[in-house]
Design a protein around this ligand. Structure first.
Ligand code: DAT
Ligand code: MG
Length: 139
């Protein structure tokens, strides 16, 4: 098993609610190592590349608007099986029903918007992680 890297985004709801430190602390506490970190504003161009698989879906435009609604924090974490491990720590997509003990389950809920405001993004495969790290941090 080799060391992996994953792209984590703390979405505008997480930054707005001052949960950045709490979220990063959970990832570090699980044992993963922070490799890159920055606070920034996303752009439509970055989001179109990042969410390429979702372009055209009904939630795509609300998702982009939400991701542009305030600053985000982008991070790269490293460790054995970090891609799978972070997805597990983040919890399932819908925060209302994400398991308690996960980031989305503990900090999130449905706010009645068209898009799931679910605090974090995590890459879902080695290929996605490589592609997404290049988008947000360059090669
Ligand atoms: P995940 O973030 O769990 O990998 P995804 O890649 O399927 O989920 O979708 C990307 C984001 O889009 C997700 O975090 C929230 C939003 N989203 C996905 N499916 C949705 C839906 N059916 N309704 C509203 N928002 C949705
Ligand atoms: Mg996804």
């Amino acid at each position: 098993m080799s060391t992996e890297r994953t792209l984590v985004l703390i979405k505008p709801d997480g930054v707005r609610r001052n949960l950045t430190g709490a979220i990063l602390a959970r990832i570090e506490a699980k044992g993963y190592t922070l490799a890159e970190l920055k606070k920034m504003d996303a752009t439509r161009e970055l989001l179109e590349a990042h969410y390429a698989e979702h372009v055209g879906k009904p939630f795509y435009e609300p998702l982009v608007e939400f991701m542009l609604s305030g600053p985000i924090v982008a991070a790269v974490f490293e460790g054995q099986r970090v891609i799978e491990g972070f997805r597990s720590l983040a919890g399932s997509t819908e925060p209302t029903t994400a398991a308690p003990g996960t980031i989305r389950g503990d900090f999130g809920r449905d706010w009645g918007t068209k898009v799931q405001q679910n605090l974090v993004h995590g890459s879902d495969s080695v290929e996605s992680a490589e592609r997404e790290i290049a988008i947000w941090f360059g090669k």
